[in-house]
Write a protein that binds this ligand. Structure first.
Ligand code: ASP
Length: 342
């Protein structure tokens, strides 16, 4: 099928066409036009809202970070960032969704340590590190071991005693294999030598709701989700998984202090875009991430929730290097612990 311009338009185009007989003029015109076109395309990104995918339920720890970060990145990006929740299978459903998304700069992923661990916990997680362009690291959050408010244990020692005495009665919530809560729950089960009954959710927001409703007993979750409940006394809290105590939760001992040597885990978060995202978009997203981490309101909110920002590592090289080091390390740890991929 061919398109024919109406006669009148053909004429006006021919009439206004400059003479192109001179090759130097031709080249200059092409260069000017090319530069103008490129300039316009680069200046235009982003021309609409950008989506930040959170591979867990709304209202949970990753979602809490995402919504604050989206707000803090918005002024520099010049567009709204919409948080999209795609929970399930320990986060792998949302992560693989981003891996398959159009690499046009309009989709990014906020994920945590599970990005690395799931690659050896699943035979086919639906993505690999190569499915993404790293943007940068964001922050690190400790975890807390908590229980429903009427759980019959007031310290980590009492919790362990109770679990050992009632191994079939205690349920442990998590956000699916590969989630941070699964990782921490597994470390706890192994440390005390009891296989607990686990209840998977699409994120720890619904898990904590069931804990508040007393339908499930214990949960290991990030302080970005548990701090407000611990401070309000609506859950029982036993210990933090960081090396040092968390300043905003000073009464909680570390697992190390509680006698669990080496029980230390921080949930680092990173930002990625699908492989093939144009460099110009990646640069703008990274600049917006840096600005977001320097935003006072974001800094205060995250510090209040026990998170530590990682501005010095909020760049592609640092995130790539971290993941490249972590993936084989976790694979080896799981192998040694006899954890088979699903
Ligand atoms: N971070 C997850 C969430 O936002 C849960 C997890 O990793 O355990 O729900």
């Amino acid at each position: 099928m061919t398109f024919a311009l109406p006669e009148m338009h053909q004429r006006s185009i021919q009439e206004t066409k400059p003479s192109m007989k001179n090759p130097a003029l031709k080249l200059t015109t092409a260069l000017v036009l090319g530069t103008a076109l490129l300039g316009t395309a680069a200046a235009q990104y982003p021309e609409r809202a950008v989506s930040m995918v959170v591979p867990f339920s709304a209202g949970g720890p990753t979602d809490t970070v995402a919504r604050s970060l989206a707000e803090a990145m918005r002024p520099t990006l010049g567009q709204t960032i919409l948080v999209e929740n795609k929970g399930g299978a320990g986060g792998t459903i949302g992560v693989s969704h981003v891996a398959r998304s159009k690499p046009d700069g309009y989709t990014m992923l906020l994920m945590h340590i599970g990005f690395s661990t799931a690659q050896s916990l699943y035979k086919n997680p639906g993505y690999s590190s190569d499915s993404f362009e790293p943007i940068g690291m964001v922050l690190d959050v400790p975890m807390t071991i908590i229980a429903r408010s009427d759980f019959p244990a007031d310290s980590i020692q009492e919790l362990v005693e109770y679990v050992k005495a009632n191994p079939d009665k205690v349920s442990l919530a998590n956000a699916g294999i590969g989630a941070a809560s699964h990782l921490c729950g597994t470390m706890f089960s192994r440390a005390i030598g009891v296989d607990l009954l686990t209840i998977p959710y699409k994120g720890t927001a619904p898990a904590i709701n069931d804990l508040l409703g007393k339908q499930v007993d214990i949960l290991c979750d990030q302080t970005t989700n548990t701090s407000t409940h611990i401070q309000a006394g609506t859950v029982k809290a036993y210990a933090v998984t960081s090396k040092e105590r968390v300043p905003t939760l000073p009464d909680l001992p570390t697992m190390q202090e509680s006698g669990y040597d080496g029980f230390e885990i921080g949930i680092w978060h990173g930002l990625w875009a699908p492989k093939g995202t144009p460099q110009d978009a990646l640069d703008k997203l990274q600049k917006a991430l840096q600005a977001g981490l320097a935003d006072k309101a974001f800094q205060e909110r995250m510090a209040g929730l026990g998170a530590q920002l990682l501005p010095d590592r909020a760049n592609p090289d640092a995130l790539r290097a971290h993941v490249d080091q972590q993936v084989p390390q976790w694979a080896e740890l799981f192998k040694q612990a006899g954890v088979e991929p699903q």
